[in-house]
Design a protein around this ligand. Structure first.
Ligand SMILES: *Cc1c(COP(=O)(O)O)cnc(C)c1O
Length: 369
């Protein structure tokens, strides 16, 4: 592949980030002991309008912690969507529970509530909806099922910071919500994440579990339970504070760019994209399209080769969980909708520093030849 001219999801790091990191370095607090971790948690919680936020080392650890906090373990089943990044599913296995994979909706690409209901058994304890590429899942239907069957909701909001569902922020619907600050996410701390909850008891236990099972203020190296080293550092929190300040700017650019894509692509036969449910607003983390080769008149592969040749970065959608070699021994159901989306889909350049002209240049290359 030639040099990348229009990147997919590179981070947007500027002067504010440098200033905050430098201040943190000069303060001498580089590790998790440092005032900025708490400040980042408080500002993050305030942004979401939720009571508690606990910083963690990455989103995967946050999901692992969420399952632990809710007491999910061997003998339990947890329902997850077929089309997601592998890190939604692996933590279910980490705690010894069984992931139950269900298919997604062809329009939103998110977990299909009808498929969830069919998969519920006596052993089901929780559902992990994912807001794929930032697009909010059908939370009314999912919360309805959770109430009816007495299930927990752990929201995998790792891709959905700033997205809203009926005016409420993604990540604030379940018992626990989890965000990621990996380098390619909406905001980054290099690597990092946040666990959020309204429940003070869950938040209190999360603070203990992230710190090797040690109670806050405990100085005698006494550990009442077996925890993890899942803390974020002060340096990362400095980066996070700067990125959080710039989040409105990132969201505005991503939404503007997604609107340009939709406007430019609507006339091209055989090109579709993710639909937002009425009353929802995606952060458009990664704008993604489906190529229906017959109508489009060209294969997805030919299009990908052309984009590569122009230095336009793209990526296939996540390989569905039932197709993953690491889960081949689970005999998950086939999930034809997820497999079909995967066969047709690609993520397009969506980095939050891309200008209108960059998006227009990508669009100019999306017309079939
Ligand atoms: C990024 C991501 C995660 C994991 O986050 P990390 O911070 O990379 O561990 C989990 N689920 C989904 C859907 C993601 O996109």
């Amino acid at each position: 592949m030639q040099e990348i001219k229009i990147p997919l999801d590179w981070p947007d790091i500027g002067e504010l980030e440098k200033e905050y990191i430098l201040k943190a370095l000069e303060s001498g607090y580089v590790s998790s002991a440092g005032p900025l971790v708490r400040e980042f948690e408080q500002r993050f919680a305030a942004y979401l309008g939720i009571n508690h936020a606990v910083a963690v080392v990455n989103g995967t650890a946050g999901l692992h912690l969420a399952l632990k906090l809710l007491g999910i373990g061997p003998g339990d089943e947890v329902i997850v969507p077929a089309l997601t990044f592998i890190a939604t599913v692996n933590p279910v296995v980490y705690v010894g529970a069984r992931p139950v994979v269900v298919d997604v909706d062809p329009r939103t690409w998110n977990i299909d509530p009808a498929a969830i209901e069919k998969a519920i058994t006596k052993r089901t304890r929780a559902i992990i909806p994912v807001h794929l590429y930032g697009n909010p899942a059908d939370m009314d239907a999912i919360l309805g099922l959770a109430r009816e069957y007495g299930l927990y909701i752990i929201e995998d909001a790792t891709e959905a910071l700033g997205s809203t569902y009926k005016g409420k922020k993604a990540g604030t619907f379940g018992q626990v919500g989890v965000f990621s600050f990996n380098g390619n996410k909406i905001i980054t701390t290099g690597g990092g994440g946040m666990l959020v909850t309204e429940d003070p008891e869950l938040a209190r236990r999360a603070r203990i579990l992230v710190n090797q099972g040690r109670e806050p203020g405990e100085t005698e190296y006494e550990h009442k339970e077996i925890g993890f080293n899942y803390r974020l550092t002060n340096l990362q929190a400095a980066l996070g504070l700067a990125q959080l300040e710039r989040l409105p700017e990132f969201l505005a650019t991503k939404r503007r760019n997604a609107a340009i894509y939709r406007r430019e692509l609507q006339g091209i036969p055989g090109v579709d994209w993710q639909e937002e449910l009425p009353g929802t607003e995606s952060n458009w983390w990664l704008f993604s399209i489906l190529i229906n080769a017959e109508k489009y008149g060209e294969s997805r592969e030919a299009l990908m080769a052309r984009l590569s040749g122009r230095g336009i970065q793209f990526r296939p959608l996540f390989k569905p969980i039932p197709l993953q070699p690491c889960y081949s021994h689970y005999s998950f159901p086939p999930c034809p909708v997820a497999v079909n989306l995967y066969a047709k889909g690609i993520n397009l350049p969506s980095a939050s520093f891309l200008e209108k002209d960059d998006i227009m240049a990508v669009c100019a290359n999306l017309f079939p030849r």
